[in-house]
Structures are given as C-alpha cells and as structure tokens.
Design a protein around this ligand. Structure first.
Ligand SMILES: [Zn+2]
Ligand SMILES: [Zn+2]
Length: 364
C-alpha cells in the first residue's frame, strides 16, 4: 500500500455569511494570520456585506478555523459551515484549477456578481427569498407532486449550464426551469426575459450551496407584484443530499467547485450525455472545454481520443458549429485560459470570455 497512514484526513470547507462587517481590515488581518498558520489553501472573499469562503486543508485545521471564527465574532455563530472530508487533490492540474494550490484572500465590492452590467437597482439582500430547510423544500415538492398538478409551483435552477447537465431536480408534474447560462452574471438578464414564466408562481430556487440564490431571489422579488412568493433551498443541493442520501428529488450529481468535481448520491443514474456521441456520460475530470467560449463540456473517453475541437450547446445555437473545423487541432485541450476554479466565489464561478479575459470587476 502506498497510502501513508500518518497522512491526516483532508477536507474542504465552504461557507458564506451575509452580515454587516464592522471592521473589514481587521477581519482581513484575522484571515491572513489564521489561514496561513493553519496552512489552508483556497479562496476567501470579504466585503462590507459579508464573507464567502472555500478552503481546503487538514480536517483538524479546518475545525480549528471554524472555532477561531466563532471566537472572533458572534456573527459567525449562525454561519452554516459546510465541512466535508475528501481525498487529496487527484493531481496538480485539478488542484490548480480549483485554486487549491495557493491561498487567495481579497476584499471585494460584491460577494457574488449577479450581473455583468450595472443593474439599475441592486437587489436588497435583506429582501431575499424565504429559506426552506432541505426537509421543508422536499415536502413542498412532494405535496406539489401528489396533490395537484396545477399547483403553481415552479423550480428554478440558479446554476450554470455545465452544472445542470449532470444533475438537477426532477419532480413529476413540476416544471424545472433551467436558464442554461454560461455564468452567474448572465442569470439576471434571463430573469428579465422570462418574467412571464415566473410571475404569479411559487418559485422554488436552488443552487450548489445557497449563496447564488440569496442575491438572485432578492432580484426576482425586486420585480414587485406577482414575484412575492420566492423560496430558496437553505444550504443548497449540498445540504439536501446530506438529508436525502438516495438523492430524493435530485437526480444525477452535484457539480462542486473544488477538486471533488462532483458529488453524487447512492442513486448512480447518469444524467449527462457526451457532447459528441450522446452516450451517457457525466465525468468532467478530463476538463474538456468549448473551443469558442471555454465553457466545460462533457466528452466521453472515446470521443476525446478522436477530436480536440468541441463546440458547446450554446455556441452551436449561436451558429459557431459550421466553422469548428477551421480551428487548429490541439488547441482546445491544452490551453486552460482561466478555469472556473481560479475565479470562483465559493460556489460562484466566472467563465472566461471568448477572448480569454475573465469577467467580473474584482478580478481585473
Ligand atoms: Zn462520446
Ligand atoms: Zn461554447
């Protein structure tokens, strides 16, 4: 056995907390000294509105980090700390893409970027959708399914297309709206364009860990009459799968922004399909990306060995498929032009633009 018994158990910790931070510079100093002394790697984003953190390290160090936060300020007493054990990063490439080879601590204006354009009216986070526990979320879906097909309930997946490809909520008689956006900052314009599908409904939102729904649900509610009944899954799919290890109404795998890549349930059904041959496939470990927009794509092993040019579903819709053959072979798999993982805020990734630049003001 090559496994070192003395090697401490590795873990990943995710949390966010919307709260007014009284002294941001003091908190910054705290994070620098605490994370460095515990040898944590990953990403910490701090703003006057709160914190958004994804870090990896030894499990005991992550537990010490949580204790130190609680001792630091009472505002962390009510934080939902999502701590999971996992294997060490599989290889350097995955670790690097996930941002787990270094520690990045920054002060930012916004914890998540809802829109790449300045919004006329920024949503008020205190007006976010009502939190539902995994159990309450589940039983509402269960009742909607059983009692009344015309229940006025609609599910809204607040994640990006490469995430929803491999798993999402499926409830008989309940529609799941999948905006199929490349990045979170495209979601607000999808909401603007699809108001008629949301208006008057009980809108049940979910995302990976919860933070994306905070801002997006507040944005929906800011639209006023007909958009009052917005609910969000507290703790996201992550907490839901802990509550329902068989997956419950969630089918497939939960895409995550750390080196685990995805987390499944005991139900091994594969929801994704290979972009090229349409076979059942949901494994992103080879990190294949669209030649045009660099979004992750699903390409099975045998198709991967036959082609290096991939055109994602969205670029195909935009008519880029025809010219795909012109791209030089070999380009698409070797250049990692700033993966999601280098630029995410906890569960918020930002995908590079076609020109390789990263969207989002705090990264530039
Ligand atoms: Zn294939
Ligand atoms: Zn594309």
């Amino acid at each position: 056995m090559s496994e070192d018994k003395d090697r401490e158990q590795y873990g990943v910790l995710l949390y966010y907390n919307y709260a007014e931070i009284p002294d941001l510079n003091h908190l910054l100093t705290f994070y620098h000294s605490n994370c460095s002394s515990l040898n944590l790697r990953g990403r910490v984003r701090l703003s006057t509105h709160g914190v958004n953190v994804t870090v990896g390290g030894n499990l005991s160090s992550l537990e010490s980090h949580i204790e130190a936060l609680k001792a630091y300020n009472s505002l962390f007493h009510r934080t939902d700390f999502k701590l999971g054990t996992c294997h060490h990063p599989l290889n350097d490439k995955v670790a690097q893409e996930c941002g787990f080879t270094s520690l990045s601590i920054r002060i930012v204006d916004e914890l998540v970027t809802l829109s790449s354009q300045p919004l006329l009216k920024a949503p008020d986070i205190s007006n976010a959708g009502r939190h539902l526990s995994a159990l309450d979320f589940h039983s509402s879906l269960h009742n909607a399914n059983n009692e009344n097909p015309e229940n006025g309930l609609v599910l809204l997946d607040a994640r990006n297309m490469y995430e929803t490809r491999i798993g999402k909520f499926h409830v008989p008689n309940v529609e799941t709206l999948d905006p199929q956006v490349r990045q979170y900052s495209d979601l607000s314009s999808w909401i603007d364009d699809n108001g008629d599908r949301l208006k008057g409904k009980n809108i049940f939102m979910y995302c990976t860990g919860g933070i994306r729904c905070e801002m997006a649900s507040a944005y929906i509610k800011s639209k006023g009459a007909g958009f009052e009944n917005v609910f969000q899954l507290f703790g996201g799919i992550q907490r839901y799968l802990e509550q329902f290890p068989d997956g419950g109404f969630f089918k497939g795998k939960n895409f995550v922004f750390d080196h685990r890549i995805s987390v499944g349930s005991s139900d091994a059904n594969v929801m994704g399909t290979c972009l090229m041959c349409q076979c059942s496939f949901d494994d992103y470990t080879s990190r294949c990306r669209c030649t045009y927009c660099r979004m992750l794509v699903l390409v099975c092993r045998s198709c991967e060995s036959e082609s290096t040019v991939y055109v994602c579903e969205l670029c195909q819709k935009q008519g880029k498929a025809e010219s795909a053959q012109l791209i030089e072979i070999g380009e698409s798999k070797t250049s990692l032009s700033g993966a999601e993982f280098n630029n995410f805020c906890s569960d918020l990734p930002r995908v590079p633009r076609g020109d390789g630049k990263i969207q989002g003001p705090q990264e530039n």
